[in-house]
Write a protein that binds this ligand. Structure first.
Ligand SMILES: N[C@@H](CCC(=O)N[C@@H](CS)C(=O)NCC(=O)O)C(=O)O
Length: 195
C-alpha cells in the first residue's frame, strides 16, 4: 500500500495511527506543501488533498473513508470501533472533522498570503474552532464511553491545533486533556506525533 500524506497532516495522522495500531504498513509519500496546486504530487486524488490510500488497484480518498476501508478489509472485528454509526459518535466525528477543516482553512489562507486577522470570514472560522472545542469539552464523556478511534481522532485534532498555534489559549479543556493524557504514551500515538 501507499499513503499520500504529509508528516504534519492531522487528517493523515488518523490513518497512520489506525494503520500502526492494526500493524499495517504503507509506503509514505510526502506530497510537500498541500497549499500548492501541483496535481502530480497528490497522486490520483483530483481534490489535491491528503490523505489518499492506494491499495493495489484500489484508490481511497478521505481519512474516514480510508479508515473504514482498512477496517473492512483488514480488521473484521473492528477493534477500534471505526465502523460505529451511533448518532453521538457520528456527531462527535463531525465536530472533530469540522475543527480540523477550519484549521486547514486558516493555515492555507495564511500560507497563500491572505491575512486572516480581522477578517469576517476567518473570524467565523476561528469561532467554529472555539465553539467546536467547547462542545467537545462538554461532551468529553463520549471519548471514554465511545470507540477508541474517536479518541485517536481527538489526539490528531489537539496536537495539530497546538503545533500551529491555533488552540485558543484562554479555553480550559480539562476533560479533553485528561482523556488525551491517557493515550499519549501508546506507541502508535507517540510515534506519529507531528514535530
Ligand atoms: N475530508 C478530508 C480532508 C483532507 C484535508 O483537508 N487535508 C488537508 C491537509 S491536512 C489538505 O490536503 N488540504 C489541501 C487543500 O485544502 O487544498 C479528509 O478527511 O481526508
Amino acid at each position: 500500500m501507499q499513503l499520500y500524506y504529509t508528516p504534519r497532516s492531522h487528517f493523515s495522522r488518523k490513518v497512520r495511527i489506525l494503520m500502526a495500531a492494526l500493524d499495517l504498513s504503507a509506503e509514505l509519500l510526502d506530497v510537500g506543501n498541500v497549499a500548492d496546486a501541483n496535481e502530480l504530487a497528490f497522486g490520483p486524488n483530483p481534490l489535491m488533498k491528503v490523505p489518499t490510500l492506494v491499495d493495489g488497484k484500489v484508490v481511497v480518498f478521505d481519512s474516514d473513508h480510508i479508515c473504514q476501508y482498512l477496517v473492512q478489509k483488514y480488521d473484521p472485528l473492528d477493534q477500534f470501533g471505526v465502523l460505529i454509526r451511533d448518532v453521538n459518535v457520528c456527531n462527535t466525528r463531525a465536530i472533530l472533522n469540522s475543527i480540523m477543516a477550519a484549521e486547514v482553512d486558516l493555515i492555507l489562507a495564511a500560507r497563500s498570503g491572505i491575512a486572516t486577522e480581522h477578517h469576517p470570514r476567518f473570524d467565523k472560522v476561528k469561532l467554529v474552532i472555539r465553539h467546536g472545542l467547547e462542545w467537545l469539552e462538554n461532551n468529553a464523556a463520549l471519548f471514554s464511553t465511545g470507540p477508541l478511534s474517536l479518541s485517536f481522532h481527538l489526539v490528531c485534532m489537539r496536537d495539530h491545533l497546538l503545533l500551529f498555534g491555533n488552540m485558543p489559549t484562554d479555553l480550559a479543556l480539562p476533560n479533553l486533556a485528561a482523556r488525551i493524557h491517557q493515550l499519549e504514551d501508546l506507541p502508535y500515538i507517540s510515534s506519529t506525533k507531528p514535530q
